[in-house]
Design a protein around this ligand. Structure first.
Ligand code: FE
Ligand code: FE
Length: 176
């Protein structure tokens, strides 16, 4: 697609986002399955349901702008997911795996926050009020998800992950 003006760039960004969200729809169930901590599992499941809404909102944006809701492959999301999958193939204790899952998930959320932030601003400049409103709603959910993941990491997951090494060190020194 030829990009001649800001509206074209806006449409390009929306198509990239649609691809990113659709890729996530496939990745999130796998992340939920890989998680051991119940809260983390639930947070992935909740975000999967939200992600379904994110796709719907993007489709509403396309409809409101009277353009086809095509996606353009988001190579960044593909890379983020690929990297996460590669890491998760490694053998590691479940507590460490949970910490790795959060680190991967937060990369994804930050990408989405950046993309939705730009798209929302383009919508604002282009006076596309309905689109701006829809993009803003999703942006807020991505931010909330990121905050929730940080809390979960700081309060539970990283604490448990840190104890994995400790127990080993203790039993080793007990053997000495
Ligand atoms: Fe999303
Ligand atoms: Fe998200």
């Amino acid at each position: 697609m030829k990009i001649k003006n800001l509206r074209d760039l806006f449409i390009h960004e929306l198509r990239d986002l649609l691809s990113a969200e659709k890729q996530l729809l496939k990745a999130l169930p796998k992340m939920a399955k890989a998680a051991t901590n119940e809260e983390l599992k639930e947070s992935f499941e909740t975000h999967l349901r939200q992600t379904e809404e994110h796709v719907e909102r993007l489709e509403q944006v396309f409809e409101g702008l009277d353009i086809s809701s095509r996606s353009e492959k988001c190579a960044a999301m593909e890379g983020l997911i690929e990297e996460a999958q590669k890491l998760l193939k490694e053998e590691m204790p479940p507590e460490i795996r949970d910490a790795a899952l959060i680190a991967a998930a937060q990369r994804v959320e930050h990408y989405e926050i950046a993309a939705y932030g730009s798209a929302r601003t383009f919508a604002e400049v282009l006076d596309a009020d309905e689109a701006m409103d829809l993009l803003e709603q999703t942006l807020e959910e991505e931010k909330e998800t990121d905050v929730k993941l940080t809390e979960l990491a700081e309060e539970v997951v990283n604490v448990e992950a840190q104890q994995v090494g400790e127990e080993e060190a203790e039993s080793e020194s007990a053997r000495d």
